[in-house]
Design a protein. Structure first.
Length: 352
């Protein structure tokens, strides 16, 4: 069986290893698996933080390991911790993108083709970095934006015709409503003209921004057919709405509100569960602070610390004596007993 001091030492080493592993695991790293560390320089990281995901085509292949400030170049250095089995080309681009309206961020890796052999980035290499704002992260290519606008123009005409059929006639109030709508459309036309002029002045900047979105174009192009179907369905729904029963519509709206209430109740339940987890964590910390368990005694009992310190000092004296008088320990297997001779300068008694 191990001695008391040996068990204390083993427990200390195991506790330190578990503490380091747990800290790395919370930050999104696994010290038991190898990874590739790539470095990216940014002028602005747009709120990116450590442990944000690193993705390729939406699939997570790593995390943001560290963010430091480079005072020499006056920029920010971001460390990407990527799985070892994910080959990344040296010409890959690390784009900071917004993942939602709530402000989440991620790094999306884009590259023209996979790498093989020497053109793959190794741990410690630098790759190019770019930052995309929310609009740049979500909008498509110029051609797709034009398709969306054309579809919107074609379908808004049907909506206006429906409103004219509903509000037309000799009724004075309906005529006034149409005049108001015409006024709104005229204001919208003026606003569109001003927006067109502003877009013309900013054409160069917009072209540069759209040029950085070539990697997303292929994904959005595959969605064109679905978007057209959605717009067609919206057109059909508009026609149905023209002939719909308002009372039925209100009833369905109330049903939807009831569903939203159920979702809020579910969210409250989730928050209550999270609060319970926090309380359990506080209880665990209290147990660590108390002296009625092994870990608490190890952290709070000074006597254990003194015993461990004395053991380490005695081990140090033994190693010094072995170094100064090795001939004493070469006679351990001999049957001849030799009297112990105290050294002239004994480290255990000289205070060294």
């Amino acid at each position: 069986m191990f001695s008391y001091e040996t068990r204390i030492g083993i427990l200390t080493v195991v506790s330190i290893v578990m503490l380091i592993w747990g800290y790395k695991f919370i930050k999104g790293k696994n010290i038991l698996s190898s990874s590739t560390l790539l470095y990216v320089e940014y002028d602005d990281i747009d709120g990116l933080s450590i442990s944000e995901p690193v993705k390729y085509r939406g699939f997570q292949i790593g995390v943001v390991g560290d963010i430091t400030r480079n005072n020499e170049k006056d920029n920010l250095l971001v460390t990407l911790d990527v799985a070892k089995d994910e080959p990344i080309p040296k010409n890959a681009v690390a784009n900071i993108v917004t993942t939602g309206f709530m402000g989440g961020h991620a790094i999306e890796l884009t590259f023209p083709k996979p790498c093989t052999g020497g053109d793959c980035a190794n741990s410690g290499d630098y790759i190019e970095g770019r930052t995309k704002r929310m609009l740049a992260s979500m909008v498509g290519t110029p051609d797709e934006v034009g398709v969306y606008i054309d579809e919107f123009k074609n379908n808004i005409g049907d909506i206006v015709d429906t409103l004219q059929n509903k509000l037309g006639g000799e009724d004075g109030q309906a005529s006034q409503t149409m005049n108001d709508i015409n006024t709104i459309l005229n204001n919208l036309k003026n606003t569109t003209s001003r927006l067109d002029a502003m877009m013309a002045r900013s054409g160069g900047k917009i072209e540069g921004m759209l040029a950085n979105m070539e990697s997303i174009t292929a994904n959005l192009e595959a969605s064109n057919a679905d978007i057209k179907n959605i717009i067609s369905n919206a057109n059909a729904m508009t026609n149905d709405l023209k002939n719909a029963n308002l009372g039925t519509t209100v009833t369905k709206a109330n049903t939807a509100m009831d569903g939203a209430t159920d979702a809020i109740a579910s969210l409250k339940t989730t928050l209550a569960s999270a609060d319970g987890m926090v309380q359990k964590l506080n209880g665990l910390i209290d147990q660590v602070k108390s002296d009625d368990n092994t870990l608490g005694m190890l952290m709070n009992d000074k006597a254990i610390y003194d015993d461990l310190d004395a053991t380490l000092k005695n081990m140090n004296f033994l190693l010094q004596d072995l170094r100064l008088h090795p001939e004493r320990y070469r006679r351990i297997l001999s049957k001849k007993k030799m009297p112990y001779e105290a050294p002239v300068n004994d480290p255990a008694t000289s205070g060294n």
